[in-house]
Design a binder for this molecule. Structure first.
Ligand code: NAI
Length: 261
């Protein structure tokens, strides 16, 4: 537990399920007040709110598409209306879809860039503008992916969105360090969430994925949320522009294990 997080306010995009939900629940356990942003499933979001409230926490569900500036502004607006301030903004919403590059339409390319990269810009910019206007210490956390580093055929747009997100994170971390605004990324490996539930439900696929992970298991959303709580807290007060890999060693070139190569 991080006592400094008590009564702080966080916006977490795409937090009605998966990693975003785990982050929201973890921050609520830390007694933070949280905005649960959802795109289309209000019931899912409401369940997260109820779950948090049952444990004595405070949360509000807000619909919004992270690729739309007005919707993103509304997330901030709701945080201010409901909880009176903003302390931490977490850009978590993201999508992926397997499409070989030669078959990808411009619209399919654009959709992933709009949500994963433009959404990152809109969320970060909205939060940073607020922190600057209020001369406030600020904290932005971006949920990236091991594919900010590992090329991923069939998911070109996704890999580009995440590697672009890495440079965006580092650049704004540098741009606002003097203003006491920290910006960091968390790069999950293979985590058990709805984004890959179908793939991992297939035993052969799951085996193939596990073969890429030195720790030989799929990660849990709570393990990503633990990194988010640390980055949110003062315990990470000297960390900015970093990517924390939460990937069971996936980025350690597992093919080179046991002295191969
Ligand atoms: P998920 O599919 O369970 O959650 C993604 C969330 O983003 C959903 O709640 C969805 O409604 C929301 N979302 C999608 N488009 C949106 C939009 N336009 N506006 C607002 N919300 C939108 O997937 P998961 O795994 O929880 O993913 C969360 C983040 O973690 C994503 O950025 C993803 O790229 C990243 N990630 C996940 C990994 C995994 O293995 N699960 C691995 C590496 C990164």
């Amino acid at each position: 537990m991080y006592s400094d997080l008590k009564d702080q306010v966080a916006v977490i995009t795409g937090s009605s399920r998966g990693i975003g939900r785990a982050i929201a629940e973890r921050l609520a356990q830390e007694q933070m007040k949280v905005i649960i942003n959802y795109h289309s499933n209000q019931q899912e979001a409401q369940e997260v709110v109820e779950q948090i409230e049952q444990h004595g926490g405070q949360a509000v569900a807000v619909q919004g598409d992270v690729s739309q500036e007005d919707d993103v502004q509304n997330l901030l607006h709701t945080a201010l209306q409901t909880f009176g301030k903003l302390d931490i903004w977490i850009n978590n919403a993201g999508v992926e879809k397997y499409i070989p590059t030669e078959k990808m339409t411009l619209a399919e390319w654009q959709k992933v860039i709009d949500i994963n990269l433009n959404g990152l810009f809109l969320g970060s910019m909205t939060a940073i503008r607020y922190f600057l206007q209020h001369n406030q210490i600020g904290n932005v956390i971006n949920v990236s992916s091991v594919h900010e580093r590992i090329p991923w055929p069939g998911f070109t747009n996704y890999a580009v969105s995440k590697s672009g997100g890495k440079m965006f994170t580092q650049t704004i971390a540098l741009e606002y360090a003097k203003r006491k605004i920290r910006v960091n990324s968390i790069a999950p490996g293979a985590i058990n969430t709805p984004i890959n539930a179908e793939k991992l439900a297939d035993a052969a696929n799951q085996k193939e994925t596990i073969a890429l992970i030195p720790m030989e298991r799929i990660g849990k959303p709570e393990e990503v949320a633990a990194a988010a709580a640390w980055l949110a807290s003062k315990e990470s007060s000297y960390v900015t522009g970093a990517t924390i890999f939460v990937d069971g060693g996936m980025t350690l070139y597992p093919a080179f294990a046991e002295g191969k190569g």
